[in-house]
Design a protein around this ligand. Structure first.
Ligand SMILES: O=C(O)CCC(=O)C(=O)O
Ligand SMILES: [Fe+2]
Length: 391
């Protein structure tokens, strides 16, 4: 089912010098262990529209679940086409004003909010730095990308829905939003949306971390309080290019990652497993789980279309953490404004996939006429991510 990655594992190991054998064994074993876990399969609901209890339980046990074949071939090719188009709109290098394909201004140029982030090839830009409130405690090994590598490679596109109609439509996938409802309640709230871009022999590492920032000490702390991300896979993911997670850590509170790495004797945490997926699969990943990805030293591209959701009680009247956007108190109006992209997404999806039953988002019930999707909407939602609900 999943890709044969033996060539990539060899290529990857060769970057690690004296650790080559250890890396080869870790990648090979991880890929195998991941496929043995009972946390993958199609999305299923009960007759009452709840997420299948066995899936809910497996998601709770492991902190992630791979929903297989969620995206139709049509939707997947829309997403890939948009990805190629966006790559053309990237500047040739960081900060460039012009799109590299000559189509006009570079994507995100002049935006106040986070947009396209770059990294030195194969580096770990967050690891061991104070960025993102210092949540990436250690720096991962940074393989040498070689003399022919460019100075910087695209790494993260933040606020992706404003750049791609197919990302906006994916955001409103009715089955996925039913999953959100089942876990976070009918009045669920947005989080943020990004594309993680991990090109072969260039893609940067994301050091081990937990995403949540706000509610670790809360009296009502539980495994779901910092929400989750969906990760839509445009090309699949493997042990070499994918996100690794430490199952179960999403229930344990804030983890001491430095200590975990010290005890393991290396950055290769022994209890971690990679998220292995095929193109068109969509992963649900708890934001509290210890997770990260190594630099992509293999032949396969990974692009994950991430989009996350919160319980309303986790964000309403809560002061944001300031990682993804300004740290303000999230009022009802603020959350509603940020939720407009759900309304537009639902309508955009209805136009593209008229045979599908659209998701009915309770907080916008009776107001959907205000969220008609037209091409102008893509301008109207420019910089919508300034209001990401960062907790
Ligand atoms: O995709 C990756 O490599 C990292 C993903 C991640 O950290 C996240 O989704 O929170
Ligand atoms: Fe993360």
């Amino acid at each position: 089912m999943t890709q044969d990655i033996s060539k990539s594992i060899d290529a990857c190991a060769a970057f690690y010098g004296e650790d080559a054998d250890a890396v080869r064994a870790y990648m090979t074993d991880g890929q195998k262990r991941a496929l043995e876990l009972p946390n993958r399969g199609p999305i299923k609901f009960t007759e009452d529209g709840e997420l299948d209890p066995a899936i809910r339980q497996a998601y709770s046990d492991y902190g992630f679940y791979v929903f297989t074949n969620v995206l139709s071939d049509e939707e997947l090719s829309d997403l890939r086409r948009d990805m190629d188009k966006m790559r053309g709109q990237f500047p040739a290098k960081p900060g460039g004003k012009e799109a590299r394909d000559g189509s006009g201004p570079a994507l995100g140029f002049g935006h106040k909010g986070l947009n396209l982030l770059w990294s030195k090839p194969l580096a770990d830009p967050f690891g061991g730095t104070p960025l993102a409130n210092g949540r990436h405690h250690v720096k991962l090994f940074e393989p040498d990308a070689g003399d022919d590598a460019p100075e910087a490679a695209p790494f993260l596109l933040v606020g992706s829905l404003q750049y791609s109609e197919s990302c906006l439509r994916l955001y409103a996938h009715p089955q996925l939003l039913k999953v959100v409802e089942s876990i976070n309640g009918k009045d669920f709230a947005p989080f943020n949306e990004v594309l993680f871009i991990k090109d072969p022999f260039l893609g940067a590492a994301v050091s081990w971390h937990q995403d949540g920032d706000t509610h670790w000490e809360a009296d009502n702390f539980d495994e779901d309080i910092h929400g989750f991300n969906f990760m839509g896979q445009l090309y699949g993911s493997t042990a070499v290019n994918g996100v690794w997670v430490v199952p179960g850590t999403h229930k344990l509170g804030r983890m001491d990652i430095k200590k975990m790495v010290a005890e393991a004797g290396s950055e290769r945490l022994p209890d971690a497993v990679p998220i292995v997926s095929n193109p068109g699969d969509v992963v649900i990943n708890n934001r509290q789980i210890v997770h990260g990805s190594f630099a992509n030293t293999g032949f396969e591209t990974r692009v994950s279309a991430n989009f996350g959701f919160h319980k309303r009680s986790s964000v309403q009247d809560v002061k944001g953490a300031g990682i993804h956007a300004q740290a303000v108190v999230y009022t009802d109006d603020y959350i509603k404004e940020r939720s407009a992209v759900i309304g537009y997404g639902i309508n955009a999806r209805k136009q593209r996939f008229p045979d599908e039953t659209p998701y009915d988002y309770a907080p916008l019930a009776g107001e959907m006429d205000d969220y008609k999707f037209t091409p102008e909407v893509m301008d109207a939602i420019k910089e919508y991510n300034l209001k990401d609900l960062s907790i």
